[in-house]
Design a protein around this ligand. Structure first.
Ligand code: G
Ligand code: G
Ligand code: MN
Ligand code: NA
Length: 250
């Protein structure tokens, strides 16, 4: 009850900030864009990570206004970046409300002037688990606006493969669990290779998450991943720091 009130107050007061983590083209290592990641600027506790408040925001549906703010803020920021850079925004299943989500995306694009093709929406299969007819319709409507749709945390759910059949994702993001275990000889390399093959066959880009070492990068390049993301390149950083990364990349 107390925590819910505090979170509600934070949403009203806009005590939030977006951090940005670079997405890189695997080949030359140039910037492809950034993933926007939410932080709560708590007056006493400092930056609170999303794992500590997103579950409550979902239970209370506060993620709906908060998610609308994230979309608006991310698009406004990205509209000022060089036109080659995209912004990726995570969507919660709770945001999949007929009418509301599509309007929110349209509004974020209109208000910022961002080209729809530069916005990537990341969903996990938990989005598709519930109410999947309505959800698929919404995803198609967003794609019709020109927005890109990515499947996040690929490979960790129960039925990632069947969802690739029901929806034409533009990108799959291979979960960092596979990258972390690349070297242990227990199948992660083969799974990543298969995901790259699927991406090629189904016309989807393939990004590998959680890249932390040069050896992992070399392997992912050799396997043909299109994009990479991880602490090897940068942690999620505040907007000003993202601008420095952009300047360095030009
Ligand atoms: O930045 P960090 O590693 O702490 O993020 C942890 C998780 O929180 C991410 O993997 C993502 O699933 C979730 N998350 C971060 N930002 C957002 C956001 O704006 N909306 C939603 N729904 N989830 C987010
Ligand atoms: O679930 P999602 O894919 O949106 O997760 C994004 C989260 O992953 C961010 O919170 C970020 O902090 C975390 N992350 C990004 N790169 C790395 C990495 O190289 N290693 C680890 N351990 N976590 C990472
Ligand atoms: Mn994500
Ligand atoms: Na992920």
């Amino acid at each position: 009850q107390h925590r819910e009130g505090e979170l509600r107050h934070a949403v009203e007061q806009q005590q939030f900030e977006l951090f940005y983590q670079p997405l890189l083209h695997a080949g030359a290592g140039h910037l492809a864009g950034f993933e926007a990641l939410l932080r709560w600027r708590h007056p006493e506790r400092g930056h609170v990570p999303p794992a500590e408040f997103i579950p409550l925001a979902e239970e209370t549906a506060l993620i709906r206004p908060l998610g609308a703010w994230v979309l608006e803020q991310a698009c406004r920021e990205a509209a000022r970046w060089p036109g080659s850079l995209k912004v990726a925004v995570n969507l919660s299943p709770v945001q999949f409300v007929q009418g509301e989500l599509l309007d929110g995306v349209r509004h974020a694009l209109d208000a910022s002037g961002l080209d729809a093709a530069r916005l990537e929406l990341e969903i996990t299969e938990s989005v598709l688990l519930r109410n999947s007819d309505e959800t698929l319709l919404l995803l198609r409507q967003m794609q019709a606006l020109g927005v890109q749709i990515s499947m996040d945390d690929f490979g960790t759910g129960y039925s990632s493969l069947s969802y690739l059949r029901s929806f034409p994702f533009n990108k799959i993001k291979i979960d960092r669990a596979f990258v972390r275990t690349l070297a242990d000889g227990k199948g992660s390399l083969e799974i990543i290779r298969a995901a790259v093959g699927l991406g090629r066959a189904l016309n989807m880009k393939v990004l590998a998450e959680g890249v932390e070492t040069p050896a992992e990068l070399a392997t992912l390049r050799a396997e043909g991943c299109d994009e990479v993301q991880g602490f090897l390149f940068s942690r999620p950083v505040p907007s000003a720091e993202a601008w420095r990364l952009i300047a360095r990349d030009q």
